[in-house]
Design a protein around this ligand. Structure first.
Ligand code: HEC
Length: 238
């Protein structure tokens, strides 16, 4: 019956338009609280979580983790970078909550309490970050090789206690990922000094490497010679 069909189509169109107007009115009204100190409502959280998970897995499933993710050198390198760039939000064994870990929403997961089930998922998130959350895209300043190093370290992290974690970080060459690092600077002249999460500022002049057999090797860090060089973030070696 074409008449019935036409009326039901019309009703359907009317309902869709009404639903769209209600949604637009809701958004425009400002009723929804976007403040990070107030959790999302369940439906909004469910939608965002599904969008996030599907988006990451669709992209991460195309990646192939390198075969050397269990290499001690790779894990050690990741440890130094993690302590410098990630622990301020994701914490570490024996570390108390920080202003960032407490204040961000969604909260940064405490990565020491989570086993890595899918290295490609972690690689993708670290490289590209997550929109509208505090998770930055580290791929803009860090090459893939170093990002896989962090994944290698994250696989190890849940097995470490505070002492083992500190030893691993001390045995790494600190904050090193081939460019873009913030280098040691004069705290008195830097208004952001108190917010610096990197350990570069108090980097020792001598770096110690701990070998698997327990022996320790030290070598001096090559410090930049002029302040101008120190500020460019590229012209240095660890
Ligand atoms: C400024 C805070 C901040 C910093 C610094 C930060 N993250 Fe995150 N990270 C987050 C937040 C917030 C999330 C959760 C985002 C979400 O779930 O939508 C997250 C999520 C992640 C996840 C996803 C975990 C999962 O199970 O899906 C990984 C892995 C991760 N971060 C690794 C890192 C690494 C490695 C670094 C350092 C290179 C780092 N993050 C630095 C805030 C941060």
């Amino acid at each position: 019956m074409p008449f019935v069909k036409r009326t039901s189509l019309f009703t359907l169109a009317l309902i869709s338009v009404a639903a769209m107007l209600v949604t637009a009115g809701f958004i425009w009204s400002g009723i929804y609280n976007i403040g990070a100190d107030d959790a999302h409502t369940r439906p909004v959280y469910a939608v965002l979580q599904t969008l996030r998970d599907r988006s990451i897995s669709a992209r991460a499933s195309k990646l192939h983790p390198p075969p050397n993710l269990n290499d001690a050198a790779m894990i050690r390198q990741g440890a130094g970078n993690y302590a410098a760039m990630c622990a301020g939000c994701h914490l570490a064994p024996g570390m108390a909550a920080t202003e960032l870990s407490k204040g961000l929403y969604p909260a940064p997961p405490a990565l020491a309490t989570r086993a890595v089930t899918d290295p490609a998922h972690h690689f993708w998130v670290i490289k590209h970050g997550i929109k509208a959350s505090g998770m930055p895209a580290w791929g803009l300043s860090m090459s893939d090789e170093y990002i896989w190093g962090m994944v290698a370290f994250l696989q190890e992290l849940p097995r470490l206690d505070a002492k083992q974690y500190e030893a691993l970080v001390a045995g790494s060459s600190g904050h090193a990922h081939g460019g873009g690092e913030t280098k040691a600077h004069d705290d008195s002249a830097d208004p952001h000094a108190g917010m610096d999460m990197s350990t570069a500022a108090d980097e020792p002049a001598v770096v110690e490497h701990r070998h698997a057999d327990g022996s320790v090797e030290s070598h001096p860090v090559l410090k930049p010679t002029s302040p101008a060089k120190a500020d460019d973030g590229h012209d240095h070696e660890h």
